[in-house]
Ligand binder design. Structure first.
Ligand SMILES: [Ca+2]
Ligand SMILES: [Ca+2]
Length: 353
């Protein structure tokens, strides 16, 4: 049902809703207890992005399992990978005090194009003429100084071309953190709602959707085949060197998949894990979890790299866990990285902070 709304009805629905500017209004918060599955309460914006209301609640953020436990579950990985997770420590309780709307899907190629056409914004990879990254079957990382997994930067690659075919319903990639800010600012300006990237805490809370396991479906990496587009048997033949890290299953997509192709989590959100990494608003701090406030953490006050979350179509299952953190400079554009947006719900005056 949700998929049919997205796939078939986006444009028509958006057109129908564009002028009304009405949304269902803030619902009573779910309080501060850990939340269970919530019925999807969706809203569609002027670009056809569908948003799901995520209730307020609390959860345990971060925390790492003992290395020996991880070694049993991910037998193809070296031991160092299991001890190299300091920034996921310690586990700590976080309260998300306000419900918010979160994109049910990653921002798509079609939505990003409509944004560019309507706003005149030029994405960073085009504006600075250095381009992005892309897949090229002939490309050999060993021939490059940095050994990047993909070819780039190169002006032939951008949000328009990551080196593989994408439909309008695929997640846009090769977009920078700054591009995400521009999209959120334009939507806020034109619609009058407040858009932004999710905080890292909001993102993990939304990804877990009441669970405490590695993935929303549980701890078994192989379960990702039904819930996330990650590095699997569809992708493995293209990267023979990394074949042993692919899921045993085949999720049907070697590159990006149409958003919403996999099972949603308990909040009704699709592709939080896999498909495209998602920029969040926070600076990355290695030791931030040790100092994080319990209520609505916003990340370190300063930093040099912004966090991205969730893994991508090219990501091994170990790095597609809800708790895994990765980062890049805000002008990074990469063939694996996209975004999804928050639309804030107008808070009653009494709740002001
Ligand atoms: Ca895949
Ligand atoms: Ca994703």
């Amino acid at each position: 049902m949700r998929r049919s709304v997205r796939a078939a009805g986006c444009v028509a629905l958006a057109a129908a809703l564009a002028g009304c500017a009405a949304y269902p209004g803030p619902k009573a918060s779910a309080g501060n207890t850990t939340t269970a599955a919530a019925p999807a309460n969706t809203w569609t914006n002027s670009l056809g992005m569908v948003f799901v209301q995520v209730p307020a609640g609390s959860f345990t953020m971060g925390g790492v399992e003992p290395p020996e436990t991880l070694a049993r579950s991910y037998p193809t990985l070296e031991a160092k990978r299991f001890t190299d997770l300091a920034d996921e420590q310690p586990a700590h309780t976080v309260r998300i005090r306000r419900a918010f709307y979160l994109g049910q899907h990653e921002v798509t190629v079609g939505q990003f194009r409509r944004f560019l056409e309507a706003s005149g914004y030029v994405p960073e990879s085009v504006a600075d003429s250095t381009g992005g990254y892309g897949y090229n079957a002939q490309y050999d990382p060993a021939t490059t100084r940095r050994g990047d997994a993909f070819e780039g930067r190169d002006p032939r690659y951008s949000w328009r071309n990551p080196g593989f075919a994408q439909g309008d319903d695929h997640p846009v990639v090769n977009v920078t953190w700054n591009d995400a800010q521009a999209l959120a600012a334009w939507l806020s300006r034109t619609e009058g709602h407040r858009y932004r990237l999710p905080t890292e805490a909001e993102w993990e809370y939304a990804c877990r959707a009441g669970t405490r396991t590695r993935y929303p479906h549980g701890d078994d990496p192989e379960g990702l085949v039904r819930s996330a587009n990650v590095f699997d048997q569809a992708a493995a033949p293209l990267w023979p060197r990394w074949q042993q890290h692919a899921l045993a299953g085949n999720d049907g997509h070697a590159f990006t998949a149409p958003v919403g192709s996999y099972q949603p989590n308990a909040f009704g959100l699709h592709d939080m894990l896999g498909n495209a990494w998602e920029w969040v608003s926070d600076w990355h701090g290695d030791d931030y979890y040790a100092q994080s406030p319990a209520d609505d953490p916003q990340g370190p006050a300063e930093g040099s790299v912004r966090v991205r979350r969730g893994g991508s179509w090219h990501t091994w299952s170990f790095y597609a866990r809800c708790g895994y953190r990765n980062w890049n400079s805000p002008e990074t554009r990469y063939t694996l990285v996209g975004m999804r947006l928050v639309r804030e719900i107008g808070a009653p005056a009494a709740a002001g902070r």
